[in-house]
Ligand binder design. Structure first.
Ligand code: ATP
Ligand code: MG
Length: 336
C-alpha cells in the first residue's frame, strides 16, 4: 500500500511559465516529488473560462507547460502530470461540492475580485470564471490531496477548499475529503518587472523560464526600482523596489545583498550596478533551466504521452472518490 501523502498542484495553460511560478510553486514541487505522491494538473478547462474564444491558445500552451515542467526539474516518472479535460470525474466532484460554497463567499474572494478587475470583467464575468475556485477545489479532491504547493495569490482558494471538505464531511458524517494545506514558496507573490504586485502570464510583465540570456538582460534592466530616485546620489527606497525583491530571491549571497541595500539607501550605488549584478545572479540561476527547456523542445511528443498516461491514472483515482461521495449522498442505486 502506498503510504505517501499526496500533493496536487498545477497551472493554467495560458502562457509560458515565469519566475513567479518557479519561486511560488515549481521549486516546491521539484523538492517534494520524491517524498510525496505528486499530481500536477494542466488546468485547460479553467484556462478556457476567460479564454473560451481562443481555444487554440489554450491548446498550444499545454505543450509549453510540459516543456517548462521538464525544464524546472519535474520528473515525469515521479510526478503524475495530467490534463484536466481528460479527467471528467473532476466535473462531477465539482457539482457535488458546489452545494457547499455560496455565491457570496466566492464574490468576497479577494483574488477573484482582483482578477475580475484586472481582466475588465466587472459587468461580464463568465460564470465559469466566477466558479473556478470551487472547480479548483475539485482538482484537489479528485486525488484527495493533503498538500498544495501554490503561490500566495491562491491562499484564499485553499482556505475555501478546506471549508468545503469540512462541510461535506460534516454534513454526510464521513471522513472522506482531506482538508488540504497550502504550501507557499514565497511570502508574497513574485512581483512583475513593471512593479505590479504579481507577475502574471496574462499581465505582460514576466521573465519567462524560456527567455534567452539577451531577453533576460533586457528585462532586468527594465525592472521597476525607485521612481523618485533621479540621480545615483539620491537616497533610494528598498520597499517596493523590484530589483531588490529579485535579489532577495535569486542572490544566494545575503551579505552582498544587505550591503547593496545599505549603499542604495545612502545614495552610494547606481541602479545600473544593482541591475548588472542582478542579471549575473539571475542568469546563473536560470541558465540550467533554460538549457533543459531547449532539450524539452525535442521531447514534446514523449512528454504528451506521459501526460495522457497520467490522466488515465488520475481518472481512475477520481472515479473512486466519486463513488465514495455518491455513497455518502445516497446516490447509489441497485447493486452499485
Ligand atoms: P494567469 O494570469 O493566466 O492566471 P498566472 O501567471 O496567474 O496566469 P496560474 O496558472 O494562474 O498562473 O498559476 C499557477 C500557479 O503559479 C499558482 O500556484 C499561482 O499561485 C502561482 N503563481 C502565479 N503567479 C505567481 C507569482 N507572481 N508569484 C508566485 N506564485 C505565482
Ligand atoms: Mg492565475
Amino acid at each position: 500500500m502506498n503510504e505517501k501523502k499526496r500533493i496536487l498542484t498545477g497551472d493554467r495553460p495560458t502562457g509560458k511559465l515565469h519566475i513567479g511560478h518557479l519561486m511560488g510553486s515549481l521549486q516546491n514541487r521539484v523538492r517534494l516529488q520524491d517524498e510525496y505522491d505528486e499530481y500536477v494538473v494542466i488546468a485547460n478547462i479553467q484556462a478556457l473560462t476567460d479564454n473560451f474564444e481562443n481555444p487554440k491558445k489554450v491548446r498550444e500552451n499545454i505543450e509549453e507547460l510540459l516543456c517548462d515542467y521538464y525544464a524546472a526539474g519535474i520528473d515525469f516518472n515521479k510526478a503524475t502530470v495530467f490534463i484536466q479535460s481528460e479527467v471528467p470525474a473532476i466535473h462531477e466532484i465539482f457539482m457535488y461540492i458546489s452545494n457547499f460554497a455560496t455565491v457570496q463567499q466566492v464574490a468576497h474572494n479577494p483574488t477573484i475580485k482582483t482578477e475580475i478587475a484586472q481582466k475588465g470583467l466587472e459587468n461580464s464575468t463568465p460564470l465559469g470564471f466566477f466558479i473556478y475556485p470551487v472547480h479548483q477545489a475539485a482538482d484537489i479532491f479528485c486525488v484527495n490531496a493533503d498538500l498544495v504547493p501554490v503561490g500566495k495569490d491562491q491562499a484564499p482558494m485553499i482556505e475555501d477548499s478546506r471549508i468545503l471538505a469540512r462541510k461535506f464531511n460534516n454534513t454526510y458524517g464521513v471522513k472522506l475529503l482531506h482538508e488540504p494545506e497550502a504550501l507557499f514558496g514565497t511570502e508574497v507573490n513574485v512581483p512583475g518587472i513593471d512593479g505590479n504586485s504579481k507577475m502574471g502570464k496574462s499581465l505582460n510583465n514576466c521573465i519567462f523560464l524560456s527567455d534567452s540570456e539577451e531577453e533576460l538582460r533586457k528585462k532586468v534592466f527594465q525592472v521597476y526600482t525607485d521612481p523618485a530616485r533621479v540621480h545615483a546620489t539620491d537616497p533610494g527606497k528598498i520597499e517596493g523596489n523590484v530589483a531588490f525583491m529579485y535579489h532577495d530571491l535569486f542572490n544566494g549571497n545575503k551579505e552582498e545583498v544587505e550591503k547593496m541595500k545599505d549603499l542604495y539607501r545612502k545614495g552610494e550605488i547606481k541602479d545600473v550596478e544593482v541591475k548588472e549584478r542582478l542579471f549575473e545572479v539571475m542568469n546563473e540561476y536560470l541558465k540550467p533551466i533554460r538549457e533543459r527547456r531547449i532539450e524539452a523542445e525535442g521531447m514534446k511528443d514523449e512528454l504528451m504521452v506521459k501526460a495522457f498516461e497520467g490522466s488515465k491514472k488520475v481518472q481512475v483515482i477520481a472515479e473512486g472518490i466519486v463513488e465514495q461521495m455518491k455513497e455518502a449522498m445516497e446516490l447509489r442505486f441497485g447493486n452499485r
